[in-house]
Design a protein around this ligand. Structure first.
Ligand code: 3H9
Length: 719
């Protein structure tokens, strides 16, 4: 797990060998310990170079080990022994030096990276802090402000930036190992104490308290309720205030607290869930590793509204030629301007030239004859999309894929109007499509595994986190969202205000409460959907609309707001008030308070106090309950897939793992009990009735979330 070789006569080359990222498993740590001791004992060896197999230095501690009992030599003393070694130790960084990997490099006396390397301390994204001396050595190397920024964000830096910051001593154009060996030979005999970061004095500066306080305020605002960023600031503050050994003690104490926290478990779960989502499977047994994706060189994008523009930008940035289509010249021109500007801004930021040559803007469908795949992103209207689909079939090659960007329309119904049902899939992007990470790839009843594989591979290529989901109204994300929205507005009827509900959700960790998000997305969007689905019609009394529709409780409050022209940010008024249309700062609106009071009076509702706990329980458990139904229906293959959708598409706080993980962490029997309680009080809300799968899991002793899949199979075999 660490290979030892003597090279150039006097250099010990220690290679970490634990593919794919040479994580510091117990075996690797043991291997390093033995190799270092051998190098120090060997009189022929004058310097030591560390590198990683397959041109990847090290991805850090082995995260899989965190859930078991730790064994093998601990990392902290191991890095100390490297730093204390009486021969120059040089890290040759290629690929990645992350977390414990970078901490190992910081324990070395010199660091060389090659141009393609990236470095960082991303522990905060796993609910932890760099606990192998990273919080103490990095500030001593690059100063408090820069270290705070890197450690609290977990940001990766390029080799060039690492050089500017002073993290590495040299950037090599070619092999970092060769350059490190040359450097090692050149420093033999030079004093090592100045290179030992732990021997440096604390990096105190007159404004250090102010800098740390500002960082603390920033992380509290950015990651509401997350413990790790706060602990990171505390540990770096210790580096500024305390001698090294005391700072290390503080680092360890803080790590112990984080390590045992549910937040770290949630974030590590999220790390693996994200990677597992790419290992998709379909109910028919086809999956990621037995299905070939087609190569996509040229794509068409139909419609250059908000979604189409973002999709075109994402494709072009990934090097795919795009034929972008609009129906009239004016819209085409405005789409062209917007797409070009987005690409130019992005290219400027990255210091490259914009790949505008990959774009063709046209009004003619005929230009699509050579594309491998089309993504239709026209208005969310079934008849319009059907028309586009049948028109596409007239011009496309027989084997071109057709994808629809829809947030919930029936993919099978759309596929049925084409001459190629197996080649039709949904690609549900999230706005803005060039920014948001999530992509739901929706397979219909007749979608071929190859079409799913192609959409998943394309999504990955444009740097999306892709989840394959089945076809049903709203797919996974929006099907669940509807119930979450329902609960939120019911609570307004019962006595809450939008501010109270949003505050509870924000304290839970959401960046924005549901009413602020609704104002941002536009209240008219849901209004249109409700009209199309028959919930709002001419027979609805405009003065006192019914609170009971299609056999269940219905809250007309959002419709009543829309009738007043309150569409959210875009009109300057929604659940909140904004200074002007389009402005973003939400302010409480006394008119909304009066509106809610009048409404309750009109319907004879006696308002009651709704606690934050009730807000979270009703929103989060309603989400999870629908998640269980989605699993029963095989719309999602696993609870991890659902959680990834909520983490990347709906702002669910990462330190809460996702709605399904949260349910497992709270305890399934508690969730069941609460749902039964709320359903007893609100029998007219069928979605609060606990799902069969939840009941079954509780009856089977609430197994851990990783085992739910097998219980779902059993449940199905009993149906
Ligand atoms: C730490 O270091 C704590 C210390 O401060 C203190 C301790 C005392 N462990 O992402 P990919 C797996 S905490 C175990 O698809 P990429 C990953 O699950 C650690 N496994 O590839 C996947 O497995 P599979 C701090 C790991 O090229 C496979 O490798 N370090 C680890 O897109 C490929 O991963 C981090 O937070 C690991 N550390 O990206 C870095 N890393 O094939 C976490 C990866 O079975 N890792 N795997 O699905 C990353 O950010 C990315 O994986 C990396 C490669 C950028 C390295």
């Amino acid at each position: 797990m660490a290979r030892y070789a003597r090279v150039k006569g006097s250099i010990a080359l220690i290679t970490l060998t634990n593919p794919p990222v040479n994580a510091l498993s117990a075996a690797v740590r043991r291997g390093i310990m033995e190799s270092v001791s051998r190098a120090l004992k060997d009189e022929q060896v004058k310097a030591v170079v560390f590198c990683g197999e397959n041109e990847k230095f090290c991805g850090g501690a082995d995260i899989k080990e965190f859930s078991g009992s730790m064994s093998g030599p601990p990392l902290v003393p191991l890095i100390h022994s490297i730093e204390a070694g009486e021969k120059p130790m040089v890290a040759a960084i290629e690929g990645v030096a992350l977390g414990g990997g970078l901490e190992l490099a910081l324990g070395c006396h010199y660091r060389v990276a090659n141009t393609k390397a990236c470095l960082g301390l991303p522990e905060v994204t796993l609910g932890l802090l760099p606990a192998a001396g990273g919080t103490q050595r990095l500030p001593r190397l690059i100063g408090i402000p820069a270290a705070l920024e890197l450690i609290t964000t977990g940001r990766h830096v390029s080799a060039q930036e690492a050089l500017q910051l002073g993290i590495v001593d040299q950037v090599a154009q070619g092999s970092a190992v060769q350059a490190a060996m040359e450097l090692a030979l050149s420093v033999i005999g030079q004093p090592l104490n100045p290179r030992r970061l732990s021997l440096r004095a604390p990096v105190w500066a007159p404004d250090v308290d102010g800098v740390c306080d500002a960082a603390l305020a920033q992380v509290k605002q950015r990651s509401r309720g997350a413990m790790a960023p706060v602990a990171c600031v505390q540990a770096v503050r210790a580096a500024a205030m305390l001698p090294y050994s005391k700072g290390m003690e503080r680092e360890r104490q803080l790590m112990d607290t984080l390590f045992r926290s549910g937040q770290a478990q949630a974030m590590q779960y999220a790390f693996f869930a994200q990677r597992n989502a790419g290992k998709w499977s379909l109910p028919n047994g086809s999956q990621w590793n037995n299905t070939r994706a087609r190569d996509v060189q040229r794509a068409g994008v139909i419609g250059l509204g908000t979604m189409g523009r973002g999709i075109a930008v994402s494709l072009v940035k990934a090097g795919i030629s795009v034929v972008a289509i609009e129906t009239d010249a004016k819209q085409l021109e405005s789409g062209k301007k917007a797409v070009t500007a987005m690409l130019q801004r992005d290219a400027q930021r990255r210091g490259v030239s914009p790949p505008l040559h990959l774009l063709t803007f046209t009004l003619s469908f005929h230009q699509l004859r050579d594309v491998d795949l089309v993504i239709e992103a026209v208005f969310e209207d079934m008849n319009l999309k059907k028309r586009v689909f049948s028109d596409l079939c007239k011009v496309l090659r027989a084997n071109s894929l057709i994808c629809t960007n829809t947030s919930g329309l029936n993919v099978d119904e759309l596929a049925a109007v084409t001459d190629r049902q197996p080649l039709v899939v949904g690609m549900h992007f999230f706005a803005p499509a060039h920014v948001m990470k999530l992509l739901e790839v929706v397979y219909g009843a007749r979608s071929s595994p190859e079409a799913v594989a192609t959409a998943m591979a394309l999504g990955k290529r444009i740097e999306k986190v892709c989840v394959a989901v089945g076809n049903c109204s709203g797919f996974v994300g929006n099907r669940m969202l509807k119930l979450y929205l329902d609960q939120s507005v019911y609570m307004l009827e019962e006595g809450a205000t939008p501010e109270q509900v949003d505050q509870a959700l924000e304290e839970f960790g959401f960046a924005m409460g549901i009413f602020k998000v609704s104002d941002l997305s536009g209240l008219d969007v849901g209004w249109r959907v409700r009209k199309a689905s028959g919930l709002i019609g001419p027979d609805v009394d405009p003065v006192k609309p019914s609170r009971w529709r299609l056999g269940r409780r219905y809250c007309p409050l959002p419709d009543m707001l829309c009738q007043q022209g309150r569409f959210g940010q875009k009109t300057g008024r929604g659940w909140y008030l904004y200074d002007s249309p389009g402005s973003k700062e939400a302010k409480s609106d006394p008119e909304i308070q009066t509106f809610l009071e009048d409404y309750r009076r009109k319907y004879g509702i006696i308002p009651r106090r709704i606690t934050s706990q009730e807000v979270i329980e009703r929103c989060a458990f309603a989400l999870a309950n629908e998640g269980f139904r989605i699993l029963e229906d095989r719309i999602a293959a696993s609870p991890e897939d659902i959680d990834v959708i909520y983490l990347f598409g709906y702002g669910w706080p990462r330190h809460r793992g996702g709605p399904m993980f949260y349910a497992s962490q709270v305890g399934l029997s508690v969730v069941l009990e609460k749902l039964e309680h709320y359903h007893r009080i609100h029998p007219d809300v069928p979605s609060l009735e606990p799902s069969r799968l939840l009941r079954r899991l509780v009856a089977e002793g609430s197994p851990p979330i990783q085992q739910w899949k097998s219980h779902i199979k059993n449940l199905r075999s009993h149906l």
